[in-house]
Design a binder for this molecule. Structure first.
Ligand code: GDP
Ligand code: MN
Length: 384
């Protein structure tokens, strides 16, 4: 789960990381009140979950209340990289002397946390790593050992040796334990401040925030899970529908929709699609013991995807009954007007009955999944 800049900054504040004065607004009517608090000039920042808002015109400095209102309207109607912001942060204008970078994330191959600090900031860390790798200080934190004072000193010394003055380097290093605590408390995968500004009046301020929470830990954060429920930010509209039914569903960019029961079989089916030169349009695991309702809803979801040309349904019937699957397929066809070919492979419980039901509506049923997938890929190519 990605957090918006304003959500991240509220957390920063709670954990003692300095942030600019700011007001979150939803409409231009709130601009007057916000400017009273943050002053002029003010920075207008669109709250969208795409990076590089600065370059994409999602961040503007306004010198008057009218200009701020105009900027809000303008960004709202234009959008930022295809996303229409609903909320804006109005912030005090900060006089930046230098932009730095600080983050903590998980290094999966090292199985450790890693702190990254750089004397250069404001551009993406990937770019810093490519262009100026020597500016980055890295320190690993063993999850069992936790953050130790020597990690903090290492960051401080690293920044000093990269040309940052002592007092700034100390202020930056002192943020590390705060970010680390935030990360532990929220089960975050990433906590990033970019840019971390050194201001002309000698402060260090988090001008931006990027926080990603581990989705597998959301059950430990019911408040965040509720926020996500109300604003399912990381998912496509169809993925939201699919979540409601408890499907594991991921949209991909091919044209052969893959529906199967069990994550392993679904993955294997995608591999087979690729093996025959096709491209999966999605991954949809209907789960174990699926009844006709679930099969029907799964098919309705994939048939709504415009890029889908064919559907391969791959069912290994155990607890899942093939006749129920067949009835679900027929019901889906009755409720949506789609002429997209559906190829079914099913074996197992009540296979004969399932086959009879499908063949009576003209759907080809295979027992061999390689043959079935091959057929689906051919049909997607316009052959078969
Ligand atoms: P991002 O482009 O989505 O990462 O958005 P950021 O919040 O990082 O802002 C992008 C850039 O806008 C920063 O690197 C700054 O240069 C600039 N910026 C943001 N807030 C302020 C501010 O308060 N004062 C000044 N002078 N520049 C700002
Ligand atoms: Mn940024």
């Amino acid at each position: 789960m990605k957090l918006y800049e304003y959500e991240g900054k509220d957390l920063f504040e709670k954990y003692g990381v300095p942030v600019p004065r700011r007001v979150l607004i939803e409409s231009v009517e709130d601009v007057d009140r916000a400017i009273e608090i943050v002053g002029l000039p003010a920075v207008v920042k669109a709250q969208v979950l795409v990076g590089g808002r600065g370059r994409a015109g999602g961040i503007k400095v306004a010198k008057s209340v009218d200009e701020a209102k105009h900027v809000v309207e303008e960004i709202r109607s234009r959008g930022v990289r295809g996303v229409r912001p609903r909320k804006f942060l109005l912030e005090e204008f900060v006089d930046i002397e230098r932009e730095l970078y600080l983050s903590i994330t998980v290094d999966r191959s090292a199985r450790k946390y890693i702190v990254l600090a750089s004397s250069e900031g404001g551009i993406e860390i990937e770019e810093i790593a490519r262009e100026r790798p020597e500016t980055i200080v890295k320190v690993f934190i063993d999850p069992l050992e936790g953050l130790q004072p020597h990690h903090v000193r290492y960051v401080e010394r690293g920044l000093v040796s990269r040309g940052i003055d002592g007092s700034t380097a100390r202020m930056v290093a002192e943020l590390v334990p705060k970010l680390f605590r935030l990360m532990m408390d929220l089960d975050a995968e990433l906590v990033e401040i970019n840019p971390l500004a050194k201001t002309r009046d000698g402060r260090v301020l988090a001008l931006d925030s990027k926080i990603i929470i581990d989705d597998n830990a959301l059950y430990r954060h019911p408040d965040l899970a509720k926020v996500l429920e109300e604003d399912p930010r990381d998912f496509t509209p169809l993925e939201i529908v699919a979540r409601r039914y408890g499907f594991s569903f991921v949209e991909l960019d091919g044209d052969v929709a893959v529906i199967a029961n069990g994550a392993g079989l679904t993955m294997a089916t995608m591999d087979m699609v690729a093996e025959f030169g096709g491209k999966p349009a999605c991954f949809l695991d209907i789960g174990g013991g699926a009844n006709r309702d679930r099969v029907r809803e799964a098919l309705k979801i994939v048939l709504t995807l415009p890029r889908v040309k064919t559907v391969i349904v791959n069912i290994f019937g155990g607890i899942t009954r093939c006749d129920e699957v067949a009835r679900g397929v027929v019901e889906a066809l009755q409720s949506v007007s789609s002429t997209k070919p559906i190829v079914v492979r099913m074996v197992g419980t009540n296979e004969e009955e399932g086959r009879r039901i499908l063949e009576s509506v003209g759907i080809q049923v295979f027992s061999d999944d390689l043959e079935a997938v091959k057929k689906a890929v051919e049909l997607a190519r316009g052959g078969g």
